[in-house]
Design a protein around this ligand. Structure first.
Ligand code: 5GP
Ligand code: MN
Length: 343
């Protein structure tokens, strides 16, 4: 990943006046990378004398509750006092972190679009970003937005500017988006960055424990149920899918974030190339897709589920019933295979 020198200079100029009103927004169903990059970048900007508000469309998963500064994030969906809307309306600069298109903000999109004067800056690692940003740091070859933020801070100020608290937030995103350093884009630069974060005093075992060993009993039992009872395998053992209905989730006291990781599990089976998870919401079904190697689920999500993401991790939505969604998936997988996309 290479940052553009021109982009960095442009960012430096944009931030030079100090005392700007800045809002940082990130995607719906914010994950460790979304929250980590927002918290770290907010701290950098505050250190420069700016007034910063972090806004998320809806709640982050409870296993991130321990993160320092997370209480200051305004959750748009629960924001009865209108703090988010006010901060967005008054913002001079709007940083868009860890997503590629304003539509990914869902319930927050309209409020963001209403501010037509703020300079918009994208910091992201998803494929196919929107083009209407004043400044764009779009790096689909970076493993996480946290790594892009790290590189920007390094380019602006050097790594001396990174505090332990920032380092912890950045590590959360690097760790979660790489599946604990197991997926793609594991470059020497990434591990050099991790080395710097360790020098700042982060405690990796503690962070790991806080994120991955903090689930409820209900989640553990739901996982067992989902794998044992709901995982279906098709396409000669190379494609899997799993679905969860609202009543099934209620049975296991489901909380936002509890199904995180379920979709990956099918890929632990040797021949598996692609896996899907269909999670029922009130008005639609959220689709999560994962793949191995050359199988491109970003393409699959775009083509069949009006979504997108990365090559090996993507998502989308379905407005059909669960059974219709599954039927559509099975048909789409067959077509995808016939076109040679499953290798
Ligand atoms: P997850 O399955 O963890 O929710 O999402 C995996 C990846 O797909 C993430 O990078 C996420 O940004 C992307 N993604 C998930 N849902 C959607 C969607 O509805 N539209 C688009 N464009 N990307 C999505
Ligand atoms: Mn990310």
């Amino acid at each position: 990943m290479e940052l553009s020198k021109k982009g960095i200079e442009c960012l430096r100029e944009l931030l030079a006046p100090g005392n700007r009103r800045i809002v940082i927004v990130t995607h719906t169903n914010p994950d460790g990378d979304a929250v980590g990059s927002s918290l770290a970048w907010a701290e950098v900007l505050r250190g420069m004398g700016h007034a910063v508000t972090c806004v998320v469309p809806n709640k982050y998963p409870y296993f991130l509750d321990w993160m320092q500064g997370i209480d200051e994030i305004v959750i748009f969906k629960n924001d009865t006092e209108g703090r988010a809307a006010r901060a967005i309306a008054e913002a001079d600069i709007l940083f868009c972190l860890d997503f590629n298109a304003i539509s990914r903000l869902e319930i927050l999109s309209e409020t963001i679009q209403a501010n037509t004067t703020a300079r918009r800056v994208l910091i992201d690692h998803h494929l196919s970003p929107d083009e209407d940003f004043y400044l764009s740091f779009s790096h689909p070859d970076a493993s996480s937005t946290c790594y892009v933020v790290y590189a920007i801070v390094e380019a602006l100020f050097g790594t001396e500017a990174i505090t332990c608290r920032m380092a912890e937030a950045l590590y959360v995103g690097m760790m979660t988006d790489t599946g604990n350093f197991a997926f793609s884009f594991l470059t020497p630069e990434l591990f050099r960055a991790v080395a710097v974060l360790i020098e700042k005093g982060i405690r990796i075992p503690d962070i790991h424990n806080n994120v991955y060993n903090a689930y409820t009993e209900g989640r553990a039992r739901l996982f067992g149920y989902a794998i044992n009872r709901k995982m279906e395998i098709i396409q000669d053992g190379t494609v899997a899918y799993m679905s969860l209905m609202e009543n099934e989730m209620r049975r296991f006291q489901f909380q936002q974030g509890d199904s995180e990781g379920f979709v990956n599990y099918a890929l632990t089976i040797k021949k598996m190339k692609m896996s899907a998870m269909f999670l029922a919401h009130r008005k639609f079904i959220r689709v999560s897709l994962r793949s191995r190697g050359d199988v491109d689920v970003n393409l699959f999500a775009r083509k069949y589920f009006n979504g997108g993401g990365h090559k090996n991790a993507a998502g989308g939505k379905s407005f059909l019933t669960m059974q219709e969604t599954i039927d559509h998936y099975i048909r789409s997988v067959r077509e995808f295979a016939d076109e040679g996309h499953l290798g």
